[in-house]
Write a protein that binds this ligand. Structure first.
Ligand code: IMP
Ligand code: MG
Length: 183
């Protein structure tokens, strides 16, 4: 693995190696397997992947989850370059027909929490039975919303990162380790 990488005009340095990410996902998957052990084929849990950033995390989770589940996706975006715009754009809304279902939101990273708030709003309109948040990363010094984050694989400081699904203006998603902006 490279110690430094360049994407567009910026340099990033190695921050979280893939094996540490995988261990953190193992731990979160263990908790989900316990908490959703009562899901059944007739009442499967819904794994709701937020595109694009959470695709790799969702795939890694899928390999580790042993209870009946359905995979669904939605697409929301709020970042431009290395900062949040504060406005959440819904490109593909949360799917319809989720009434009475137990939903696990799968996010790559929770930063301001604006995305999670928007998704929870859409899920309430769908009259779901229960919605929980499962995020790979949390910028815990930034997040100030009231919504409880049920499953957090890793906490990080308020830095801009890329890799493992996360991008800098669409580049870097296909890097298997996580890198941090080198400033
Ligand atoms: P929030 O709505 O401010 O919580 O931001 C969440 C979304 O912004 C995430 O799903 C990411 O797509 C993006 N994001 C937040 N922080 C970073 C980062 O450090 N690198 C890349 N994308 C980020
Ligand atoms: Mg995202």
């Amino acid at each position: 693995m490279e110690n430094k990488i360049t994407l567009h005009d910026k340099t990033f340095k190695l921050f979280i190696p893939n094996e540490d990410i995988e261990k953190a996902i193992d731990a979160v998957a263990d908790r989900l397997n316990q908490d959703y052990a009562d899901a059944t084929d007739r009442n499967p849990a819904i794994l709701l992947c937020t595109l694009n950033g959470a695709v790799i995390f969702a795939a890694e989770l899928l390999k580790r989850l042993h209870f009946p589940l359905e995979l669904k996706a939605c697409k929301l975006s709020s970042y431009q370059g290395t900062a949040s715009t504060g406005v959440v754009k819904t490109d593909v809304p949360v799917p319809a027909q989720l009434e009475g279902r137990r939903v696990i939101i799968v996010e790559d990273i929770v930063d301001t929490g604006n995305t999670i708030v928007a998704m929870m709003g859409q899920l309430q309109e769908r009259k779901v039975q229960d919605a929980r948040v499962c995020t790979l990363l949390l910028k815990k010094d930034v997040y100030k919303k009231d919504i409880h984050l049920d499953y957090v694989a890793m906490e990080i400081p308020n830095r801009f990162i890329v890799g493992f699904g996360l991008d800098y203006d669409e580049l870097g998603r296909n890097i298997k380790d996580i890198y941090v902006l080198d400033d």
